[in-house]
Design a protein around this ligand. Structure first.
Ligand code: BDR
Ligand code: CA
Length: 311
């Protein structure tokens, strides 16, 4: 199984991404979960990550709290999408499991140093603050990362928090800039692909029909999420962004994309956090990321439902 660290700001879709990973021990070994401020402030994301572990019956997975604010900016949150708690929808109990001791950034550094080079993959599902801070504090770890598979950015689909920018990149563009310039092997799930992973009524019903605590909770989460997205994406339902990351680790063949050069806008007020991706190869800048553009959505939801049924 591939060893991963999930860096996250749950978020209903983050929660589903975590559940998918925890349900797939043959392919994925979750070494730990690092929480970051994003959809909601850090105390809530650190809480929600533990709620999800308990829902999955996996209190053995350590959850670390990380950075509570972007590198240089004030935190922008997304309660308008995820609700006040960040995990609105299902009625889940407060977590009993404690946070792991120590800072998420130190966990990232120590874990990468402890394992042989090229054996730990990072899966960021929120703003890239923890990852960038770790890279700045311990530049030696960059070469030890096997791969970074992240949700963030957009090309043709442009933006969801501003006309030009996707939320995760917009919240901490300086952190994203550090990560994209790091030289690490990066796979990106931008809005272009996540807007094809839509939770239709039928797909939501399939989660609920599992009849398990996890199945019902996931149906309630995606129902809630949908309230916001429905007007925007039409009757097809809400995009399930972050699970694209963990699904890619299990079934990469469901996805396709291009190796492109991606740079992050950090100066313009108008287009702050834009992922400027050279999709058509109009510059001679070296590709630094695999930008995913397409997914077999039916295959993706079949995988997700089948795996959630195991929890
Ligand atoms: C991203 O922003 C968050 O609201 C979601 O959890 C996802 O990671 C989508 O733009
Ligand atoms: Ca997220």
């Amino acid at each position: 199984a591939r060893k991963i660290i999930i860096d996250t700001d749950p978020g209903q879709d983050d929660a589903v991404a975590i559940l998918l990973a925890l349900a797939s021990p043959e392919e994925i070994e979750v070494l730990g979960i690092t929480a970051v401020a994003g959809n909601v402030p850090l105390p809530l994301t650190a809480r929600n990550a533990r709620i999800v572990c308990e829902l999955a019956g996996r209190t053995d997975v350590p959850v670390y709290a990380g950075c509570d604010a972007p590198l240089k900016r004030k935190l922008v949150t997304a309660e308008h999408v995820h609700g006040k708690t960040g995990l609105d929808g299902p009625d889940l109990p407060d977590p009993k499991m404690e946070l792991a001791q120590g800072h998420a950034v130190d966990f990232l550094i120590h874990t990468l140093r402890r394992h042989p080079p090229g054996t730990v993959t990072l899966c960021p599902l929120g703003p890239l603050t923890n990852i960038a801070t770790a890279f700045q504090k311990a530049p030696d770890i960059v070469d030890r990362v096997q791969q970074i598979v992240l949700m963030g950015g957009a090309y043709f689909e442009v933006g969801n928090i501003t006309p030009a920018a996707e939320f995760n990149i917009y919240v901490d563009p300086e952190a994203a800039d550090i990560v994209f310039k790091s030289g690490a092997d990066i796979v990106v799930m931008p809005l272009d692909v996540t807007h094809k992973a839509l939770v239709t009524k039928q797909r939501n019903d399939a989660f609920r029909a599992l009849g398990t605590r996890v199945g019902v909770a996931v149906a309630e989460m995606t129902d809630f999420f949908e309230r916001f997205d429905k007007e925007k994406y039409g009757s097809l339902g809400a995009p399930l962004h972050d699970p694209c990351v963990t699904a890619y680790l299990i079934r990469p063949e469901l996805f396709s994309g291009r190796h492109v050069n991606v740079e992050i806008e950090t100066r313009s007020e108008l287009t702050l956090g834009m992922t400027v991706a050279d999709w058509w190869g109009v510059t001679d800048r070296e590709p630094n990321a695999l930008f995913i553009g397409d997914v077999d959505a039916d295959g993706f939801f079949a995988l997700l439902t089948e795996r959630l049924a195991r929890l």
